[in-house]
Design a protein. Sequence first.
Length: 265
Amino acid sequence: MHFYVMTLFPELIEKGMHTGVLYKAMEAGILSLETFHIRDYTIEKHKRVDDYTYGGGAGMLIQAQPVYDTYQAVLERIRCPEGKKPRVVYATPQGSVFDQAKAEELAKEEELIFLCGHYEGIDERVLEEIVTDNISIGDYVLTGGELPALVMMDAVSRLIPGVLNNDESATTESFNDGLLEYPQYTRPEEWRGKKVPEILLSGHHGNVEKWRLEQSIERTRERRPDLYEKYMELHPPVPEKKKRRKKKKTTEPVVIQNGADEGET
Ligand code: ADE
């Protein structure tokens, strides 16, 4: 996966990506990152990239020209097949909310371009021209798109084969099957009077799996009723088989009563 990030704060992106497993994956050539400083592409002599908004209103807007020229510089670095438009993700609170499904979808791409805004945003005309995906990381407003871009790159990267080692990827992470992850414990067996649930020490694989699923479902119900509802729609509880009631054997002949004699005085 090749990441290209258009930003006014390239050092923030580079620092964020140069840690832990992501850094290792970059060293191994599984991931790559190139940042493009939008300010390097302005034609304004004082290197300004922003201006007042037409129609008034507070704050400044990033102009179309430096963003578009940065994008052209990125395109020169990408060997995109003829006719294929590269995926350009604009980090914006006005986008659809990022989730695991979106991360999985983006992880299928060979390369991803991120556009990070600042100030009050970016001139709409260049967004219309280059952006393919408007994505928010949640319903709150940050000062810029760098942290959201890092969040998205992290979530996408860990889905790329080879980024996580086998032990890590083998664990059942939250959001598998739409459920939150079950609680986990490591040594010691008892800590501050709290014991590891007995079942996890039993060595009975089937029972452990059953317990974990129950815990996942319960945790999801408590903490994320929205996900719980979706899960229950997809996995409706199996109705218990009705026990067939045996007909009482009667030796008495059935007397068919005439309704007329009921309640009559
Ligand atoms: N830029 C500012 N706030 C943001 C958010 N919540 N998600 C994505 N980009 C943003």
